[in-house]
Design a protein around this ligand. Sequence first.
Ligand SMILES: *[C@@H]1O[C@H](CO)[C@@H](O)[C@H](O)[C@H]1NC(C)=O
Ligand SMILES: *[C@@H]1O[C@H](CO)[C@@H](O)[C@H](O)[C@H]1NC(C)=O
Ligand SMILES: *[C@@H]1O[C@H](CO)[C@@H](O)[C@H](O)[C@H]1NC(C)=O
Ligand SMILES: *[C@@H]1O[C@H](CO)[C@@H](O)[C@H](O)[C@H]1NC(C)=O
Ligand SMILES: *[C@@H]1O[C@H](CO)[C@@H](O)[C@H](O)[C@H]1NC(C)=O
Length: 177
Amino acid sequence: MSTSAHRLIVSVLLIAVALTSIHAVTATDHIVGANRGWNPGMNYTLWANNHTFYVGDLISFRYQKMQYNVFQVNQTGYDNCTIEGALGNWSSGKDFILLDKAKRYYFICGNGGCYSGMKVSVVVHPLPSPPTSAAVAAEHSSSTSSASEVFRHGPSVVARVVVAVFASIWFGSAAWI
Ligand SMILES: *[C@@H]1O[C@H](CO)[C@@H](O)[C@H](O)[C@H]1NC(C)=O
Ligand SMILES: *[C@@H]1O[C@H](CO)[C@@H](O)[C@H](O)[C@H]1NC(C)=O
Ligand SMILES: *[C@@H]1O[C@H](CO)[C@@H](O)[C@H](O)[C@H]1NC(C)=O
Ligand SMILES: *[C@@H]1O[C@H](CO)[C@@H](O)[C@H](O)[C@H]1NC(C)=O
Ligand SMILES: *[C@@H]1O[C@H](CO)[C@@H](O)[C@H](O)[C@H]1NC(C)=O
């Protein structure tokens, strides 16, 4: 095979990998209560403890609209099921809320459901800061880190690691990247 054919194959592979990693960095949508949704009689502390939230993720509430709703409140509102000074409210029945800050968020149902357990508090963590590509390469080869951790560092870093791997396979050198 000619060198240009090699380069073409590598380019096609890189585009495929870039598209895959762009998909992988897409934020997670955390569906409150999973398939049981936003309803009375649940312990949403158990649900929240089972999830890790990062800045840029979504939290979404699914419920019978007209019957329930969602208020973002502060800790007082969460503890006492009160909506005074609420930071936001939603009532579409399928609400997607962006968790855009690293802090503790509090959500309650504002029309009585809070007293039956419709309250949830989540801690949103900052995204891990992107390490150098050398560090990613080291992590990559030690294969101790999960794929999702590597993908969180961003598509460009992932792509560079992949370029290096393919370059060394096809050309025996990574000098050109
Ligand atoms: C929900 O579960 C948490 C964690 O086990 C527990 O501390 C809390 O008391 C429970 N809440 C209710 C209302 O049962
Ligand atoms: C926690 O997550 C696991 C895996 O996704 C799931 O099987 C389990 O039912 C969850 N537990 C709760 C309390 O949501
Ligand atoms: C909220 O409830 C706590 C106890 O959980 C109580 O000490 C506090 O006074 C209440 N605050 C308001 C504003 O009602
Ligand atoms: C929550 O908001 C209410 C109403 O604005 C306020 O009175 C209360 O002090 C706030 N609580 C906290 C913990 O910030
Ligand atoms: C709900 O939010 C809207 C703005 O989006 C606000 O005008 C309204 O007062 C809020 N309702 C309550 C009960 O806080």
